[in-house]
Design a protein around this ligand. Structure first.
Ligand SMILES: [Zn+2]
Ligand SMILES: [Zn+2]
Length: 280
């Protein structure tokens, strides 16, 4: 007969503490099992998650998720894909949404020249206005960049007067560009893209200083190997952290510590709740 020996705690699996700084949990693909997705994230150590909206409707959906679960934070913003048909008062509406107590950033905003959903000059106008709003509200920004390296950096530089900060999310450009991004004071984060066989991101990963490095899934997109082809979710963050650790010749524990510290500093997140943390 096996008796419980209370003097010996169960063998504990060490779980690192992570912040997934970019996951779109409002996507329909999560609607059936969101509580399980969030439970798996917490088991993997991902205790805080930031959901960037892409427009007004997705902000409302993200805010509902933040009402239901602890550790969920929000960004209010208009994605370049959705910048085409905005009401004239869109900045006033964003300013109001940003009053939500879980809003940590203006995002995701930026430029996307890969898809031509919105003309570049319209994307510029919408981005400029949102960068000004971020400065007015003293919030960091979450930047989306697809095939728009030079224009995006030029616009950020125009607005950078020392008060603007933020994240170049899903970084996929080269080392030389990363160095110029770092000169603006911004942070850089990568997704499952660093696990892809064809990834040339290791040299970029290794040049980002510890205090500018963030981590994200961009779920449900950019699923890391070996789950490529499936839906991405925040519980895959440790896999991305492993690749960070390999490329940077640092321990996974170190990656977890610096990316979490940076995320909490940049987005002014509170210390994570201990109540939802029952690791065994
Ligand atoms: Zn994006
Ligand atoms: Zn995104």
């Amino acid at each position: 007969m096996i008796t419980e020996n209370r003097s010996t705690p169960p063998a504990s699996r060490h779980v690192n503490d992570y912040v997934d700084t970019h996951c779109h949990l409002f996507w329909e693909t999560f609607s059936d099992d969101l509580p399980d997705v969030i439970a798996r994230a917490r088991e993997a150590g991902v205790r805080q998650m930031l959901i960037p909206a892409t427009d007004f409707a997705t902000f409302e959906q993200a805010a509902e998720i933040a009402d239901r679960f602890e550790g969920i934070f929000l960004a209010a913003g208009i994605h370049p894909h959705d910048a085409g048909e905005l009401p004239p008062d869109f900045i006033d509406r964003l300013r109001m949404l940003a009053q939500h107590p879980r809003v940590a950033a203006i995002g995701e905003i930026g430029l996307d020249y890969y898809y031509d959903f919105t003309a570049p000059h319209v994307q510029h106008r919408v981005l400029n206005a949102q960068l000004e709003l971020a400065k007015e509200l003293d919030l960091p920004v979450i930047l989306h960049n697809r095939d728009s390296d030079e224009d995006l950096l030029a616009i950020v530089r125009e607005h950078q007067d020392g008060t603007l900060n933020g994240q170049f999310h899903c970084f996929s450009s080269g080392a030389e560009y990363a160095l110029r991004v770092l000169e603006t004071g911004f942070h850089i984060s990568f997704t499952g893209n660093v696990t892809f066989k064809k990834s040339r991101l290791d040299p970029v990963l290794s040049l980002v200083p510890d205090d500018r490095l963030l981590i994200e899934t961009d779920a449900p997109f950019m699923t890391p190997v070996p789950w490529r082809g499936k839906r991405n979710e925040p519980s895959y963050i440790p896999r991305i952290a492993e690749r960070y650790a390999e490329a940077r010749h640092q321990s996974v524990e170190h990656i977890a510590a610096v990316t979490s510290t940076n995320a909490r500093r940049l987005f002014a997140l509170p210390s994570p709740e201990n109540t939802s943390d029952h690791h065994e």
